[in-house]
Design a protein around this ligand. Structure first.
Ligand code: RIB
Length: 292
């Protein structure tokens, strides 16, 4: 089936720094690079590289190369609207431990029309999946439309925004969070994850691996992280979300999907960058073979 992704498209500016900048500090970067990113685009690339058919929905500015790169990485961009606002961008600092800070400028990601989302989802139905995150416009409307059409809705609550989560959650089939976002959500709602009004939750915990939980039955599946040398953790959560969605779409079990997604993220963190650093399915399978 098809994975639709209402997702951001960003131009990522990467600065390698000796440590993350402190308030009032001026810091000289060791290196600079630029590439395709955005939580949405990263998830689309991950799902496409896992082998899924992926249609990206969103907006981009007139500069053009980011969408061309997304297409070159195997994502169908016919539902990406070109608008006059600049393409979204991110200023990303990565320290020697591979940790990051990110400043986002939404730009075109919040400027495209809802009619494009409606048009894109008009051809979707049961068995298809909608991915959404918090970096675009129209998440709630898209999630509602998708559920009305019988689609699975996988929602990454990133960047964290409690109001956005509360608005989207009634339509989500699966909520994906990292450990920090899970704590923020629990604190904001004054409840534990197990009490959330959503059928399934996927929590990524960096070096501690990932956990999927069916909140209706209480069944959970945990997968430890693979030990690797960390170069850059940026986009690791997006890699998990995209690979996990693609694996479920392919019909893999949750256990197998979590193993594949965790391995993909392990390979991603050994590489600098975001969309271009997400491994192919063949690379992930070879990595897993090497793990025995
Ligand atoms: O999750 C990583 C992504 O967050 C980056 O690619 C950046 O563009 C921001 O959206």
């Amino acid at each position: 089936m098809t994975i639709y992704n209402l997702g951001s498209i960003n131009i990522d500016h990467f600065y390698r720094v000796p440590h993350l900048v402190q308030p009032g500090e001026t810091l000289t970067a060791k290196t600079y690079s630029m590439g395709l990113g955005g939580k949405g685009a990263n998830q689309s690339v991950a799902a496409a590289r896992a082998g899924a058919v992926v249609r990206h929905i969103g907006g981009a500015g007139p500069e053009g190369w980011a969408v061309a790169r997304l297409e070159a990485l195997g994502v169908d961009c016919r539902f990406v609207e070109q608008v006059s606002a600049p393409t979204g961008h991110a200023i990303i600092s990565v320290d020697d431990a591979g940790e990051n800070t990110i400043i986002l400028y939404a730009g075109a990601n919040r400027e495209f029309a809802l009619s494009g989302v409606t048009l894109a989802l008009a051809g979707a139905g049961a068995g298809d999946t909608l991915l959404i995150q918090n970096e675009t416009a129209h998440q709630v409307a898209a999630a509602r439309m998708a559920r009305e059409r019988g689609m699975k809705v996988i929602y990454s609550a990133a960047p964290f925004d409690v109001v956005a989560v509360q608005d989207v959650l009634p339509y989500a089939s699966l909520l994906a969070l990292n450990a920090v976002e899970a704590e923020q959500l629990s604190a904001a709602l004054g409840t534990v994850l197990a009490n959330l009004p959503v059928p399934e939750v996927l929590v990524t915990r960096g070096a501690q691996g990932a956990e999927w939980c069916d909140l209706r039955s209480g069944r959970s599946v945990v997968h430890p992280a693979f030990p690797v040398e960390v170069i850059d953790t940026t986009g690791a959560g997006d890699t998990v979300a995209g690979y996990f969605a693609a694996a479920l779409d392919e019909g893999l079990t949750v256990q197998a999907a979590l193993r594949l997604a965790t391995a993909a993220a392990a390979l991603k963190v050994t590489r600098a960058g975001t969309a271009d650093a997400i491994p192919t399915r063949a690379e992930v399978e070879a990595f897993l073979k090497g793990m025995g």
